[in-house]
Ligand binder design. Sequence first.
Ligand code: ASP
Length: 439
Amino acid sequence: MRKVVKFGGSSLADAAQFRKVADIIHSDPARRFVVVSAPGKRSDKDTKVTDMLYDCYRSAKGSGKIQDKFEAIMARYQEILDGLNLDLDLSDEFEQIRRNFEDGIGVEYAASRGEYLNGRIMAALLEWPFVDAAQIIRFHEDGTLDSETTNRLTGEALGELEHAVIPGFYGAQEDGTVRTFSRGGSDITGSLAARAIMADLYENWTDVSGMLVTDPRIVKNPEVIETVTYRELRELSYMGATVLHEDAIFPVRREGIPINIRNTNRPEDKGTFIVESTCRRPPYTITGIAGKKGFCSINIEKSMMNGEIGFGRRVLQVFEDQGISFEHTPSGIDTFTVIVHQSEFEDKEQQVIAGLHRLVHPDVVEMESDLALIAVVGRGMRSNRGTAGRIFSALAHANVNVRMIDQGSSELNIIIGVDNRDFETAIQAIYDIFVLTRI
Ligand code: ASP
């Protein structure tokens, strides 16, 4: 059994967290390849080392004065080293980094040093080999990942090793220029390593015990999702539920490697498994509920519309011409509605109306704003009767007016549009009817 284990910034924010991580790694011999983030926040008011590095580099390029900021970064690492009683001298590394900052080496290099240094510390603590991501994660010159070269280099480098520590978030172009992924990108490094060594499992350790059924800011202490499929995850994350970097899914998904989201502070919790497919049913029909506020609907009416071939295409053409992406298009006999993000639409509203008049000659165009969309997602819906009925009766009991309904052909989700002001009440009502009553 081979596992790649990735630890996020909050799991490595100080020496005490490093110790917990080492215990977790030692408790399972299959945990052979470790990917680390940079030190995260130790408390709510703290600053992540990655942010300190960005800030320090900005000063290097601006005023040129970086002494205080650079020392604050060094202090974060020294505190970890002291707390671990580690005899690792990073002063040459810091000297080199400082010189590179002063020479204006590049902001991506600057940001990457948070993971690099944390990787060095973790390797020293575990007494495992350190593999620099710059040697194995390859980027094209345009900043996109060269996934095939990465897969080959990573497979070759790790294939020879029993254990290794790899810093997340960055890699390099062929000429050695360091490049980074977007923020939160250590998740991607872990996924790439798991793919390259054909791991049995990719464990992603963070500070929550998995993915929650819904947003804890809306529902108090929501349950943890035990198993979610990649397709369900995609639906939920699109509607705002975040658990992993979006680009971390693809490398492991193509090899059928499951991901397990775990909590460093509660290692006894099983966390959430993200899998390609499963015969395990969710305990309560639905898998998750997610949603977003701030949509707007454009309702187009035209008599005899249903006989007019190309009507829908022309409507959508108007939105395409304005560079607006649409979310849903519920339609009736003589009505066609387009739902868009209010923020993308507001400034172009008049151009869209003019475009619609020109291209489709509607009888009426009406707009409604302040719409919230809620996605109720679950692979279990296909095999359970009455899911929609339960949702709507729960909403009616909670006095929520449903303004739009859309069920995808996959029967994997039902999208409901409600007024922004009813958003929280609606999510609570749906959660209660499925999860609390467990039907
Ligand atoms: N340290 C980087 C960030 O803060 C990458 C990561 O943690 O995954 O975004």
